[in-house]
Design a protein around this ligand. Structure first.
Ligand code: MLT
Length: 257
């Protein structure tokens, strides 16, 4: 379905009925990463998936897609379908968006799962990498996407999950360069949400990949302790929903029961 938000088309899907869960994809992904889970998850409640601005079938809204703007978009969709409070699962950038949502609309969050994500802001080094990435996207979007997605997994898992990784890349190649750049700029300026997560009294889980090439598991574990979140480590890298599919699905389902 399509919602007009700030005059732009935002694609979303609702499956099942009952207690709602909002599932937010990461950078260069789309809501399609959750499609495979919908038949199972919708047995336990209502599942809302959407394409964040500039991703999948959703249009770009502006030059910078801050995590707050993306959270406002999620809020617009929830309002349109009449959801007042939900559980949130956010993969990587989707986790940054879930945390921005928590800060903006705390009464609408029942629980939060950060999957391969962090409440912290970008380091100075990471901010420079974002700037360089923007230049690469402008010159050769396809090469950037291929490299950025391959970098999320170990070489071994790139091989083991080559079919899934290829599919992810194929979908991402269709993204407009302006959407990729708007998200890179938005991630670069995001603020530290550690205190927001620590103050949150609802359910909170942080799930990390033991071999995540872009997020150090020990740092994430420390953040989980600091924020009082339940910490789970899974085999594999940055794409736990793909690399540890069953364990991730079981975590989602057991938190629903
Ligand atoms: C993602 O997977 O959403 C991004 O890699 C996160 C990031 O670049 O910080």
């Amino acid at each position: 379905m399509i919602l007009k938000f700030k005059n732009k088309a935002i694609f979303y899907q609702v499956s099942g009925a009952g207690k709602p869960v909002v599932m937010l994809h990461g950078f260069l992904e789309s809501s399609r990463i959750w499609d495979d889970f919908l038949p199972e998850f919708s047995k336990y409640g209502q599942v809302l998936t959407l394409d964040l601005p500039g991703h999948g079938q959703s249009e770009c809204i502006q030059e910078v897609h801050s995590m707050e703007l993306m959270a406002e978009t999620v809020h617009g969709v929830l309002k349109a379908i009449g959801v007042k409070k939900a559980d949130f699962v956010g993969h990587s950038m989707g986790g940054y968006v879930a945390l921005a949502f928590l800060e903006l609309y705390p009464d609408m969050v029942n629980s939060i799962m950060l999957l391969n994500s962090t409440p912290t802001e970008d380091s100075e080094e990471k901010k420079e990498i974002r700037e360089r990435s923007i230049e690469v996207v402008k010159k050769n979007k396809q090469a950037y996407i291929s490299m950025a997605i391959s970098n999320l997994l170990t070489p071994k898992h790139n091989e083991l999950f080559s079919k899934e990784v290829e599919q992810l890349k194929e979908t991402a190649y269709d993204l407009p360069a302006e959407g990729i750049i708007a998200a890179l700029k938005g991630m670069k300026i995001r603020t530290n949400k550690t205190a927001v997560l620590a103050a949150f009294t609802g359910g909170k889980i942080i799930v990390a990949g033991k071999e995540d090439p872009i997020m150090d598991i020990q740092d994430i574990k420390k953040l989980a302790i600091e924020t009082g979140a339940f910490f789970v480590s899974l085999p594999g890298g940055h794409l736990s929903y793909m690399e540890s599919r069953e364990a991730f699905a079981n975590l989602c389902i057991s938190s629903k029961k």
